[in-house]
Design a protein around this ligand. Structure first.
Ligand code: HEM
Ligand SMILES: *[C@@H]1O[C@H](CO)[C@@H](O)[C@H](O)[C@H]1NC(C)=O
Ligand SMILES: *[C@@H]1O[C@H](CO)[C@@H](O)[C@H](O)[C@H]1NC(C)=O
Ligand SMILES: *[C@@H]1O[C@H](CO)[C@@H](O)[C@H](O)[C@H]1NC(C)=O
Ligand SMILES: *[C@@H]1O[C@H](CO)[C@@H](O)[C@H](O)[C@H]1NC(C)=O
Length: 600
C-alpha cells in the first residue's frame, strides 16, 4: 500500500521533470496526443503543449478560433464567390461555342494565367514537411533526398493508424487490392487515352519519381525535384558522362538497320536493372536505370535520344565555334523546354478534357508572385500510380504480346522499329484510372506496396487531403462512389469514411462522367503538376529568352515542339501519333487488335 503510493509519487515527479518530448513513452499510454484528432482546419498547424493540450496556429489562414474554423469577413466573401471545382470543371469541359471565342482572344491568356496561379497557390513554396518531420525545420528544407510532404505524417502515438478515426487495425492490403482494385474485365478510358499516352505518363514522371528504398522509405534519387530530363541523361554526372559521346554535344548511340537506337551496356557499362540472365549486349544503356523494363519506355528513350542528337546538329550549324560541352548543355535545356511544352499543350490538354486551349507561356507569370523552384511530394508520387492504364496485352503491328513476352523483351524495339510501335500504341486504348476494379493482375503487387508504404509513412487520410485542396470531405461511402459494391466493401474495411486511406481513396473515387479521373486526382494532381512545370528554372525571367536556348532557332524549337514532331522529325515515315485513339474509333474496344484489322 505504502510502497505503491510512494511509487506513484516518484513516477509523478519523474514525469514533471522530463520534458514532454522525451516523456511520451511513459505518458502517452494514458493521454492521447491531441494532434491525433487532426483538429486544425483550413491549413492551421497543430502544436502540442504539455501532455494533452494543443494549439492551432491559424496565422494567415483566413480563419480563427480554437481549430481555425471561424472565417474572417473577407474569407466569408471569397468563399461565397468562389465556384465549386465540379462547376468549374463542367464549364471547362462544355460550351464549345464559348471556348471558340475564348481560345481566339486575350481571354485565353487571362484564363491560363488564372489556372496557373490558382493551382500553384495550393503548393507551399519553399516546401514544408517530409516523412521524418511533421514540423518545419532546416534539415527538412535542406536535405533534398527526402520527398516533401504537403501534410505532416499522422503522429506516432495515436489511438488508430489514421489518428482517432476508423478501426484500430487497417484492412489487409492484399485483400483490399484483390477485392477493390484488381481488374475483372478491362474498362477502357472513356476519354480515349492510348498507350502512347500511358507510356508517356510513365516515362515522363519517372524522371522525378525515383523512390530510393536503399536509403529508406520516403527518399528519392532524383535530386533536382522536377523536369530535368534525368531519365535521358542519368541522375548524376558520372552516368551522364558515360552516356555522352563527348563530341558535338551528342549522346552515344548504335545504328540498327540504319536507324539510331540507344547503345548497349556492352558498349556503355552503366548499371541497368534487368533480370540476371540477360547478357550485356542485349541491355540498352539509357539515362533511367529501370527503363529496360518496358519497350514502351525504350521507345520514348529512343525518341528523346534521337531528338537530342538532332538538336545538337541544328545547334552546331548555328554555332560552329561551340565546343561539345556547350552544345550538350544547350541541347539539354531545349529538350527540357520541349518536354514541358508537350506536357502542357498536349498531355495535360488531353487528360484534362478542357476546351480552354492550354498554353505554355512562362511570361504569363512574370507579373505575379510565383516562386521558381519545386520539390516533389510523396503524395504526388502516390497519386500518379496510374497502373489501371495498362491493358491486358500489348498489340504491336498485329501481334499480341502478353506481359510475359513484353516485359524486359529486348528485341521488341529493334524488331518492329519506332514507327510501327508508335502507330500501334497510338491505336490501342488505355484503361480508365478511377472507379476501381481496373488494375491488371500483373501489376497489382505495385498497388499493394503503395498502400503499405502509405501506412509506414503515416500518410494522412484521404478526406484530410480533400480539405487541404479546398474540396469538401466526403460525408459517406455512397457519396464517395456510385458503385454499391465498392461502397459496401469499403465501409466494411474502414468503418468510417474519414479513415479511408489516401491512395485507395484516390483510385476508388467515382470517375467524373465520361472521364478518366475522379475529382480528387485532378484537383490535387494539377497543382503539383503545374507548379512543377512552371517552377522549372527555364521558365524564370532570367532564363526564358532565346540566348538560353542557343538563339532564336533553339527557342523556336522549344516553342513549337509537339508530340508529332518528336516522332516524325526522328523517323523515316510519319505514322499516326497522338495521346488518344483516332476519332471515330470506338473507345469501348478491348484492345487495339481490331483497329489493326480495320486498317489492313
Ligand atoms: C506494365 C507496366 C508497368 C509495370 C510492370 C510497372 C511496375 C512498377 C513497379 C514494379 C514499381 C515499383 C513499385 C515498388 O517498388 O513499390 C512501379 C512504381 C511506379 N509506377 Fe509503375 N508500372 C507500370 C506502368 C506504370 C504506368 C503506366 C504508370 C503511369 C504513370 C506508372 C507509375 C508508377 C509510379 C508513379 C511509380 C512510383 C515510382 C517511384 O516512386 O519510384 N507505372 N511500377
Ligand atoms: C476543436 O477540435 C477538437 C478535437 O477535434 C474538439 O474536441 C473541439 O470541440 C473543437 N473545438 C471547437 C471550438 O470546435
Ligand atoms: C539526408 O538525410 C539522410 C537521412 O538522415 C542522410 O542519410 C543523408 O546523408 C542526408 N543527406 C544530406 C545531403 O545531408
Ligand atoms: C479551343 O481549344 C480546345 C482545346 O485545344 C479545342 O478542343 C477547341 O475546339 C478549341 N476551339 C477553337 C475553335 O479554337
Ligand atoms: C520478344 O518479342 C518478340 C517480338 O519482337 C517475340 O516474338 C518473342 O516471343 C518475345 N520474347 C519472349 C521471350 O517472350
Amino acid at each position: 500500500m505504502r510502497s505503491s503510493a510512494l511509487g506513484s509519487l516518484l513516477a509523478f515527479l519523474l514525469l514533471l521533470r522530463l520534458p514532454s518530448c522525451r516523456g511520451d513513452d511513459v505518458a502517452a499510454s494514458d493521454s492521447v496526443n491531441p494532434c491525433c484528432y487532426l483538429p486544425c482546419q483550413h491549413w492551421g498547424v497543430c502544436v502540442r503543449y504539455g501532455e494533452s493540450s494543443y494549439e492551432c496556429d491559424c496565422t494567415r489562414t483566413g480563419y480563427y478560433g480554437e481549430n481555425c474554423t471561424v472565417p474572417e469577413f473577407w474569407t466569408r466573401v471569397r468563399h461565397f464567390l468562389k465556384p465549386k471545382p465540379n462547376v468549374v470543371h463542367y464549364i471547362l469541359t462544355h460550351f464549345h461555342w464559348l471556348w471558340d471565342i475564348v481560345n481566339n482572344t486575350f481571354l485565353r491568356d487571362v484564363l491560363m494565367r488564372l489556372v496557373l496561379t490558382v493551382r500553384s497557390n495550393l503548393i507551399p513554396s519553399p516546401p514544408t514537411y517530409n516523412s521524418k518531420y511533421g514540423y518545419l525545420n532546416w534539415e527538412s528544407y535542406y536535405n533534398l533526398s527526402y520527398y516533401t510532404r504537403l501534410l505532416p505524417p499522422v503522429p506516432e502515438d495515436c489511438p488508430t493508424p489514421l489518428g482517432v478515426k476508423g478501426k484500430a487495425g487497417l484492412p489487409d492490403p492484399e485483400l483490399l487490392v484483390e477485392r477493390l482494385l484488381k481488374r475483372r474485365t478491362f474498362r477502357p478510358d472513356p476519354q480515349g487515352s492510348n498507350l502512347m499516352f500511358a507510356f508517356f505518363a510513365q516515362h515522363f514522371t519517372h524522371q522525378f519519381f525515383k523512390t530510393f528504398n536503399r536509403m529508406g522509405l520516403g527518399f528519392t534519387k532524383a535530386l533536382s525535384h522536377g523536369v530535368d530530363a534525368g531519365h535521358v541523361y542519368g541522375d548524376n554526372l558520372q552516368r551522364q558522362l558515360q552516356l555522352r559521346l563527348l563530341k558535338d554535344g551528342k549522346l552515344k548511340y548504335q545504328l540498327v538497320n540504319g536507324e539510331m537506337y540507344p547503345p548497349t551496356v556492352d558498349e556503355v557499362p552503366i548499371r541497368m536493372n534487368y533480370p540476371p540472365w540477360i547478357p550485356p549486349q542485349d541491355k540498352i544503356a539509357i539515362g533511367h536505370e529501370v527503363f529496360g523494363l518496358l519497350p514502351g519506355l525504350g521507345m520514348y528513350a529512343t525518341l528523346w535520344l534521337r531528338e537530342h542528337n538532332r538538336v545538337c546538329d541544328v545547334l552546331r550549324a548555328e554555332h560552329p565555334t561551340w565546343d561539345d560541352e556547350q552544345l550538350f548543355q544547350t541541347a539539354r535545356l531545349i529538350i527540357i523546354g520541349e518536354t514541358i511544352k508537350i506536357v502542357i499543350e498536349e498531355y495535360v490538354q488531353h487528360l484534362s478534357g478542357y476546351m480552354l486551349q492550354l498554353k505554355f507561356d512562362p511570361t504569363l507569370l512574370f507579373n505575379s508572385h510565383f516562386q521558381y523552384g519545386n520539390r516533389i511530394a510523396l503524395e504526388f508520387s502516390h497519386l500518379y500510380h496510374w497502373h489501371p492504364l495498362m491493358p491486358d496485352s500489348f498489340v504491336i503491328d498485329g501481334d499480341e504480346l502478353s506481359y510475359k513476352q513484353f516485359l524486359y523483351n529486348t528485341s521488341v524495339l529493334t524488331h518492329y522499329g519506332i514507327e510501327k510501335i508508335v502507330a500501334s500504341f497510338s491505336r490501342q486504348v488505355a484503361g480508365q484510372i478511377n472507379g476501381g476494379h481496373n488494375i491488371p493482375a500483373q501489376v497489382t503487387n505495385v498497388a499493394v506496396r503503395t498502400i503499405k508504404e502509405g501506412r509506414e509513412l503515416r500518410v494522412q487520410p484521404y478526406n484530410e487531403y480533400r480539405k487541404r485542396f479546398n474540396l469538401k470531405p466526403y460525408a459517406s461511402f455512397r457519396e464517395f462512389t456510385d458503385n454499391e459494391e465498392i461502397a459496401r466493401e469499403l465501409e466494411e474495411f474502414y468503418g468510417d469514411i474519414d479513415a479511408v486511406e489516401f491512395y485507395p481513396g484516390l483510385m476508388l473515387e467515382r470517375a467524373r462522367p465520361g472521364a478518366i479521373f475522379g475529382e480528387s486526382i485532378v484537383e490535387m494532381g494539377a497543382p503539383f503538376s503545374l507548379k512543377g512545370l512552371l517552377g522549372n528554372p527555364i521558365c524564370s525571367p532570367e532564363y526564358w529568352k532565346p540566348s538560353t536556348f542557343g538563339g532564336q532557332v533553339g527557342f523556336d524549337m522549344v516553342n513549337s515542339a509537339t508530340l508529332k514532331k518528336l516522332v516524325c522529325l526522328n523517323v523515316k515515315t510519319c505514322p499516326y501519333v497522338a495521346f488518344r485513339i483516332p476519332h471515330g474509333e470506338k473507345s469501348h474496344r478491348r484492345d487495339g487488335s481490331k483497329a489493326r484489322t480495320d486498317e489492313l
